[in-house]
Design a protein around this ligand. Sequence first.
Ligand code: UT7
Length: 321
Amino acid sequence: MYGVKISGLGKAVPRLEVSNEDIAAFIDTSDEWIESRTGIKSRHISTGETTTELASRAAQQALEDSGLSACEIDLVIVATVTPDYTMPSTACCVAKNLGIKNATCFDLAAACSGFIYASEVAVSLIHQGSYKHALVIGAEVLSKTVDWTDRNTCVLFADGAGAAIYVRTDQNKIIKILTASDGDGSELITLPNLSGPSKFNTIQNPQKYMQMEGREVYKFATTAVPENIQDVLADTGYTPQDIDLFILHQANARIMDSVAKKLDVDNKKFFKNLQKYGNTSAASIPMALADAKEYLKPGDKLILSGFGAGLTWGSMFIIWE
Ligand code: UT7
């Protein structure tokens, strides 16, 4: 089995920054409610930037950070639930923008766990020797999928992209990845992608926008995530107390505090950038990792952990290099 490590990171957000006060100007909410219930203060919202554009910007940054050239990338996976097209894949469009040739390119949909799922695929394929340099991107333009009159969702979700480059190496640094799902919870967060009625199909879909039963998802996250983190560390010789930094999906600061408490870990070890970016689904973990990079030193032990629609969840245990 070949070793794998992260060799480059990047992130991108749309130009327009929208504060809680800006949202409170057009729906019945307040900065106080949003910040105290979620930790979010502001977010970036697309005024035209596409998922492909954000993904390409983050990927270009990751490529420069790694020192690799585009022609060395042989696998591109984009985790997204908001692709610009169902076909071609966002991954193929990113490859075109970056000048990546002949790579295996595809999109993967696992909602807010997408980056962890895509990383598991990429890392496994490098471990087994099929590829050497994989570009894994989480990218979303969620602002086009939310109902901007629904205060239950529109104050939470936002746009952005994060990218990581995984490379083959002698000393393995991606110690373990553990993903899972529970389809019984599939109705808790939904975003339809159905076409309208056609000549032979009369089905009408009344739901246009994303819907979420926030309270139920909150209960799921605060139960599944600490268990999954314990499970990913099992047999590694490490405990949650040994971990230097936890980077969770940036959905809610209260979820992170609850997970910290359940793991008996200081919540200061939980990296947060949701105050600036909101919940960017598949993009949130690689964006947070890109922001956390300046605080990391070689040998640091990291847990990355995602959870979301599906229901899906998953964690990665990494030693930083
Ligand atoms: O990324 C995918 C995974 N998603 C998540 O992890 C989200 C998990 N869930 C959550 O983070 C939280 O459940 C929310 C942030 C979505 C909601 O927080 P909550 O503390 O669970 O609030 P709630 O849904 O129980 O609502 C409490 C009250 C309700 O009013 P009543 O019924 O008590 O009178 C809501 O109508 O807050 C009201 N409310 C709001 N008020 C002002 C809901 N949204 C808003 C809002 N502004 N934006």
